[in-house]
Design a protein around this ligand. Sequence first.
Ligand SMILES: [Zn+2]
Length: 258
Amino acid sequence: MNADAMRDSFDYDTYWWIIERLSRTNRPLRFADLAGGFPTTPFFILRHDVDYSPAAALDLADQEARRGVHSTYFLLLNGLYYNMLSPEHASFGRRLAAMGHEVGLHYDVKFLAAFPRQQWRDLIRMQATLLGKLSGKRVTAIAMHQPGLNGEDPMRHTGQYMNAYDDRFYRDIPYFSDSCRAWWNPAWEMLTSGHTPPRFQLALHPINWAEHDRDRETIFETLHSNLAQTVESAGDELLRRIAEHRGVLQHQARAARR
Ligand SMILES: [Zn+2]
């Protein structure tokens, strides 16, 4: 792609145009790489929040691994769209870890709000421990889900884990995000100008990116229709198996005799 004609779109070509451009001056790092402090050489934290689609995350994670890029994927244990304890996604965390990516905890403060505040640290620890068991690697980084909608993160600066919204990762260094499949003006300016800050956090969402650019409506229509299809086929399969259940057959035979 022509460096002067970068498209403001969300396809893989653009993704790699951005990452390769940034990587010329700054090394992409995971939160885990910063456990001992910041390196003196330029870097950026490459972070992905998996809000909706493990499949989209694995696709991007695979591309990154093949290009030698390792990033942090924050996974939800209690999202509406995927269940880490379902057989379908049981290996999701392990697969990311096997590719050299870091698995961190993405947490929903609305879930915490259902409990007294003195239990929140414990609830975070419980989720991080479970996610660590699922991915085979201890979780050391956490990030709040939907900060734009849920307000200030109550778990900042607890010292419990590296928190993506602690000042050192969020306020002391620039923060750029593709939230809502849109770049704020300063982010777009930074990505296209070539004036890359020495350290910054880049927070992305795999659902936004695909082989071909899609608008927001299409992304969610596809996501929802795939989910509806999964639920519908699971329902069909369940009904089929129930119809063969011996108790059901006996019940029906009795009903037929009445
Ligand atoms: Zn999120």
